[in-house]
Design a protein around this ligand. Structure first.
Ligand code: CA
Ligand code: CA
Length: 218
């Protein structure tokens, strides 16, 4: 359908709504790292495997264990500009071999905290988690300050280890668009744009008849 004679203000309203729709439609689920096909995540906090998150669910799958042999997993992840991590869920395939596994997060592209715990004050958060945390959100534990707002764009690094036998783990990072600064519009035009896209008559037909665009084509 083609819109002819649309006012500049209405075009702006339509564009804003379409962009918001595009952000939502681009959301997807993807595996950003799977150790079974892409290899072991870095054993060094100073050189973590770099990962880039995108809108939607971003899955990281791996295994860790026998930390005495140095098999820890470190990766950094970049939250894109305009996006927010709203949860970090423990996937169903995760398990622990002892009473708990360990996970910690530090802001920035490295984990500078030593495995002995030296420098632990630099962590945003950490926890020992058991099988009871499968299916739950770790974000409040790893980034308490962002438990309500979500993790803003930037680079963060994660450290995962298990002192018992090797166990699988999986994490789902949910990334959503940050709140978009609304385009200032006269209220009637904003309502009209909503009605056009949603097919809902959100304004009285008579009062805005002069502002309606002329349609041609199908
Ligand atoms: Ca690993
Ligand atoms: Ca590793």
């Amino acid at each position: 359908m083609t819109l002819v004679g649309m006012s500049p203000v209405l075009k702006t309203a339509m564009t804003a709504c379409v962009l918001a729709g595009c952000l939502a439609s681009n959301a997807h689920a993807s595996v950003v790292w799977d150790e079974t096909t892409q290899g072991d995540l870095s054993n060094s906090g100073l050189t973590p495997t770099p990962l880039l998150l995108s809108l939607g669910i971003n899955t990281v799958r791996g295994s860790t264990g026998n930390a005495g042999d140095g098999e820890r997993d470190y990766f950094s992840f970049t939250v894109p500009t305009g996006a927010t991590v709203t949860s970090i869920l423990v996937r169903p395939e995760s398990s622990v071999s002892g009473s708990s596994s360990f996970v910690a997060m530090q802001a920035g592209p490295q984990v500078t905290v030593m495995p002995t715990g030296v420098g632990i004050e630099n962590l945003m958060g950490f926890l020992h988690y058991g099988n009871d945390r499968v299916g739950t959100d770790l974000l409040p534990d790893l980034a308490f300050a962002y438990r309500d707002t979500g993790l803003p764009s930037g680079i963060y690094s994660l450290w995962i280890q298990e002192t018992g036998g090797v166990v699988p783990y999986g994490l789902d990072f949910e990334v959503t668009p940050s709140s978009v600064t609304p385009v200032p519009l006269p209220a009637p035009f904003a309502l009209l744009a909503c009605g056009l896209l949603a097919g809902v008559a959100c304004v009285r037909r008579g009062s805005l008849s002069s502002a309606m665009p002329t349609y041609s084509g199908a």
